[in-house]
Design a protein around this ligand. Sequence first.
Ligand code: 8X3
Length: 255
Amino acid sequence: MAPAATSRIAVVTGASGGIGAATARQLAAAGYRVVLTARRKELIEAIAEEITASGGAATAYQLDVTDRDAVDEFATAFATIGVLVNNAGGALGADPVATGDPADWRAMYETNVIGTLNLTQALLPKLEASGDGTVVVISSTAGHGTYEGGGGYVAAKHGAHVLAETLRLEIVGRPVRVVEIAPGMVKTDGFALTRFGGDAQKAAKVYEGVAEPLTADDVADTVTWAVTRPSHVNVDLLVLRPRAQASNTKVHRDV
Ligand code: 8X3
């Protein structure tokens, strides 16, 4: 059996909204002492307060996952950690490869891949010290197949997927599981809006006519399920999509 979650620490990156915030709330409800990290301090502080007010244990720590010095400093606060959820990331632009902005590609690689690398490297000794750690990588179905306009996001998420797969090979035999959760279409407040530079109309088009895109809570539910399996059970990869989405390019729309 996995040790009781109670009093174990779960670090969640990108916890200021969407999947990260939902995951922090659900892990706290499962008994973890949650540490919410993100760049936007006020947001994570508010969520941590809300979790605490409802009887959970949560703290907020402002962190940019691409800043390695800051990540290393953050890691010094812990002797052991039970769970690391690498959720920080996201998409910038939906341009074809021929015209995509290299700055967007670079930024996406930095957050989705290097950010995950930074946290994982810094916290791996602490996860191992817990005797039963779990690294979760929130990748995407964009890490398992491409689509037109996927561009740098697809490339970066393939990087995150490969990081998870390679790490699992390299640390086998040590007491740390590596779990990859790959969501398809998830409707959150921020994802599509960020991708389209704040253009609400373009963002709304992503979900147009789709009966029920996944919610942040749907993804948080799978994360919580995966990390609370008995210790010897490693959920290598869990791909989830809404029923209306059969593949990256096949979505049923009632329009
Ligand atoms: C989000 C899924 O289809 O926008 O990670 O690439 S998609």
